[in-house]
Design a protein around this ligand. Structure first.
Ligand SMILES: Nc1ncnc2c1ncn2[C@@H]1O[C@H](COP(=O)(O)OP(=O)(O)OP(=O)(O)O)[C@@H](O)[C@H]1O
Ligand SMILES: Cc1ncc(C[n+]2csc(CCOP(=O)(O)O)c2C)c(N)n1
Ligand SMILES: [Mg+2]
Length: 316
């Protein structure tokens, strides 16, 4: 029987659901056995294997009235592709776990799969397997596997004298989320940035090749995540607000809602720009901007001052 997108999953059947989802996932040349067996079989590439996993929970990471299923698919892939990018690697393979309520219409997982596939296609990665189960809320569990063709860049390699640089949008998603929380839908560009982050997928390898000493993606907040590099590298990091650009739509939202726009930039997460340290300004590649410096000591300061608060998102 033909499936309809408005059919509740409880009437679709598990294997029909899996087949309909998997139909969206083309398999790359490196995949020897894709979805359908007990496990996938992927040709082992040369270099290091990079592995990362991330969860998205309905109500916590997304709301169905704030983002389409396709948007959530893009985000679920992007946040995993970004973690591999942040090591200087590139994702070749992903697995996708979905917990779905029985009364959810088939259209949701299918639109999700389309968005997920579109994001994976940006780096040429294949979705080789996954799992579906029934549960009260939507939970998405993604694992990404990639390769580092050069030495991977860890959080622990920053040394005093390095410069701190950023590549990609920062603060936009937080601006979009704030707008949605207040019941608005514009500025559209910020809401879209929250719905579909655009991590700089080519910048991880670019930074690694340029000699980045430490790197991570900013998922929780700029200050919060800079603290991870500072702690792992046993150094102090100072961020300079004069070098952190505030895009025009963030200025507009700041004044409309009475929020200091620099707060979005300093504490916003989910844009997934790359934050890295380089031995000197001359080695910072094109497309990156220097936003701070590494010194002796510990912790993160902003314009030389202690930053009060979490500096970003914490779950517990
Ligand atoms: N349940 C867990 N079991 C094993 N390791 C974990 C677990 N949860 C987190 N970790 C590890 O702790 C480190 C920090 O995890 P975290 O999820 O904060 O990563 P992140 O890249 O900073 O953020 P994001 O979740 O946005 O990717 C990672 O190396 C991760 O693998
Ligand atoms: C509906 C809704 N409410 C709040 C937020 C904000 N938020 C949730 S998790 C997170 C940090 C990254 O999490 P993780 O470390 O789990 O990847 C942020 C900034 C959202 N995205 N959606
Ligand atoms: Mg990360």
């Amino acid at each position: 029987m033909a499936l309809r997108e408005n059919q509740p999953l409880s009437e679709v059947g598990e294997f029909e659901l899996v087949e309909a989802i998997v139909d969206n996932f083309p398999q790359g040349e490196h995949v020897l056995v894709g979805p359908g067996d007990d496990a996938a079989l992927v040709r082992a590439p040369k270099g290091h294997v990079v592995v990362t996993t991330d969860l998205l929970v309905e109500g916590r990471h997304f709301r169905r009235d704030w983002a389409s299923a396709r948007d959530v698919g893009h985000r679920a892939a992007a946040q995993n592709l970004s973690d591999v990018n942040a090591m200087g690697g590139r994702t070749h393979t992903l697995t996708l776990g979905l917990t779905l309520p029985g009364d959810l219409e088939l259209g949701w997982p299918l639109e999700f799969a389309r968005g997920f596939a579109e994001e994976c296609a940006k780096v040429g990665a294949s979705v080789v397997g996954g799992d579906v189960t029934r549960g009260d809320a939507i939970v998405v569990a993604v694992t990404a596997i990639g390769t580092c063709s050069v030495a991977p860049v860890l959080r622990s390699g920053a040394t005093p004298g390095d410069v701190v640089a950023l590549c990609g949008r920062q603060g936009w998603a937080a601006g979009g989320l704030t707008v949605l929380k207040r019941g608005f839908r514009s500025p559209r560009v910020l809401v879209e940035a929250y719905r579909r982050p655009e991590p700089p997928y080519d910048a991880g390898l670019q930074a690694a090749e340029a000699g980045a000493s430490a790197m991570m993606d900013v998922s929780d907040g700029l200050v919060a995540d800079a603290r991870h590099i500072a702690a792992e590298s046993r150094v102090a990091i100072d961020l300079r607000t004069a070098d952190l650009e505030i895009p025009e739509p963030l200025e507009a939202v700041g004044s409309a809602l009475g929020v200091e726009p620099m707060d979005f930039v300093l504490t916003g997460g989910e844009d997934h720009p790359l934050l890295a340290t380089f031995p000197d300004a001359a080695s910072v590649p094109e497309g990156w901007r220097v936003v701070g410096s590494v010194g002796e000591g510990s912790g993160v300061t902003v314009d030389g001052e202690e930053f009060a608060g979490a500096g970003g998102w914490v779950h517990f």
